[in-house]
Design a binder for this molecule. Structure first.
Ligand code: FAD
Length: 486
């Protein structure tokens, strides 16, 4: 058995183009799809219908490709969509496939997946013992179907449980049901808690005696480290996906997990990445990140209203639900693909002209963000570039391009002088790394400073990493570009 994971972007909640293409090109065999997990555009609350829309769209697509009915597809494939892509979260979905083959025990464990469903749940079952127990049974079934022998090999359990509208909750109460709350949003939360207790019980993270309805909202030491529980009006049962490692599976993929201490904690994801052999860095390179098929993060606003000793407003905001705050806060902390860290130091292309081409704007030079020089210089140099280009094209052999390069040289030297003068005026935090980097003064009575710019700022094909050299006298930059300068 081998599982694979394919991630597709989502332009809108009905966009199934990525999977459609993967099926058409043979990358994904629709009969091998066993689970789909994704982030959609809606608010993630009771009235988020983007999850249902995507569920339906994918069920139709897959049923069209396999010949099954859309209902049959929904009964065999859990579609777990979580709404809400605040901040820089990007809508997407990940498709898990399983290629059946004879199970062969191997010394190496590989990624394994199993799915299961509880019977349908009514509003009166949500947040109740029945949901805890049925979830625990389904987790054990999913684990067995994944051939995962030990709960220590389970790294991720994704549950999607039902949510209900007010009308449905009231109708259930009228019919003799016992809804744990008549507030649809609160009932969603109680359902997530019951699902998590079910996971913790199934995996032995807590004894069965603590996986009880009375623990919900009270016993905060009863939790699961691998459960990610979500609820939505688009499902009627708890849909369970168990992902872990098994020696019965083969393939190159693996999974790790680690808890986050709070909403600002990035050590959790870094520790999970380290467990998979990635270097412990603030941001993976794009090459390293391209090896990662999917990252699943679950978070909640801290209940005491405090993060690292400072108060937060997420639970008091009457306009915006806390779920929306916490997603926007946690999303950018992703060292894999969330916030992209890019160097934005002063940098310069050298040379800025060549046979048949010239560079202008940011392509020719970039300035310290604090200087706010990018737009004016880009506009001005764009005009000069147009003149230089016209000269070169209309009067071959003219000095237009050379003159343009000389103007840009002088302009950059002037910027550097002003930059040094401005930053030298700040004297209070000379030893702080930010200012130390900007006030760098070389040792020695004369000679040259070489400042190597980060390699990434240079264009791969034609830019070479360059050293800027500045003349110095008595250890101070003179403001002149040195002999080896640009
Ligand atoms: C976050 C941020 C804040 C900034 N704040 C300021 C500020 O406050 N003040 C200030 O002066 N400067 C600021 N800058 C810098 C300023 O935005 C840039 O210096 C300026 O926009 C550069 O203009 P440009 O025309 O050279 O390049 P760009 O504005 O980057 O334009 C280049 C265009 O070319 C397009 N392009 C790229 N490749 C191709 C291709 N192969 N074919 C066709 N099109 C292509 C790009 O999509 C883009 O539209 C800021 C920059 C950033 C990123």
């Amino acid at each position: 058995m081998q599982t694979d994971v394919h991630r597709f972007p989502l332009a809108d909640p009905g966009d199934v183009q990525g999977l459609r293409q993967a099926i058409a090109t043979g990358l994904v065999d629709p009969r091998e799809i066993v689970a789909v997990i994704g982030k959609t555009h809606g608010n993630g609350l009771v009235n988020d219908y983007t999850r249902g829309f995507l569920t339906q769209s994918l069920a139709f697509l897959i049923s069209g490709a396999t010949g099954e009915t859309p209902d049959a597809i929904r009964q065999r494939i859990p579609f777990v969509f979580s709404g809400g892509v605040e901040g820089v979260l990007s809508p997407h979905y990940s498709v898990f496939t399983v290629t059946e083959s004879r199970s062969v025990e191997s010394a190496e464990k590989a990624l394994a997946i199993g799915v299961a469903f509880t019977p349908e749940l009514a509003p009166g079952d949500v947040g109740r013992q029945r949901q805890i127990d049925l979830t625990a049974e389904a987790v054990i079934r999913a684990m067995r179907s994944a051939n995962i022998q030990s709960s220590s090999d389970v790294h991720f359990v994704q549950i999607k449980g039902p949510a209900f509208t007010l009308a449905e909750i009231l109708a259930d109460a009228d019919a003799g049901g016992r809804p744990a709350s008549d507030n649809p949003g609160k009932l969603m939360g109680l359902g997530r808690a019951a699902s998590a207790l079910g996971v913790a019980k199934a995996l032995g993270e807590i004894p069965a005696s603590r996986a009880v309805e009375s623990a919900i909202g009270r016993d905060f030491e009863a939790f699961s480290s691998v459960a990610s529980c979500s609820a939505g009006v688009e499902v009627r049962a708890n849909e369970v996906i168990v992902v872990g490692m098994s020696s019965q599976w083969s393939g190159p993929l693996a999974i790790e997990h680690a808890p986050m201490k709070d909403a600002l904690d990035t050590t959790g994801i870094r520790s999970a990445l380290s467990g998979l052999g990635f270097p412990d860095v603030l941001q993976l390179s794009s090459k390293q990140a391209s090896r990662i098929r999917a990252v699943f993060v679950k978070c909640e606003a801290s209940r005491d209203g405090v993060i690292r000793g400072k108060s937060h407003t997420m639970l008091n905001d009457g306009d915006i639900d806390q779920q929306r705050h916490i997603r926007a806060a946690v999303g950018p902390a992703d060292p894999v693909s969330g916030a992209l860290v890019r160097p934005c130091a002063t940098a310069r292309l050298h040379p800025v002209i060549g046979p048949g081409w010239l560079a202008t704007g940011d392509a020719s030079a970039a300035y310290d963000p604090l200087s706010g020089q990018g737009i004016t210089k880009s506009l001005r140099n764009g005009v000069l570039a147009a003149y230089a280009a016209a000269d070169a094209l209309l009067k071959p052999g003219s000095l237009g391009l050379t003159r343009y390069a000389a103007i840009l040289d002088a302009q950059f030297a002037g910027y550097q002088r002003a930059h040094r003068a401005h930053f030298a005026r700040e004297t209070r935090w000379a030893s702080a790394p930010f200012w130390a980097r900007r006030q760098f003064v070389p040792s020695g009575a004369g000679g040259q400073i070489s400042v190597a710019f980060p390699k990434e700022v240079w264009h791969d094909s034609c830019w070479k990493p360059k050293c800027q050299t500045y003349e110095t006298k008595n250890g101070r930059p003179t403001g002149n570009i040195g002999a080896n300068g640009p």
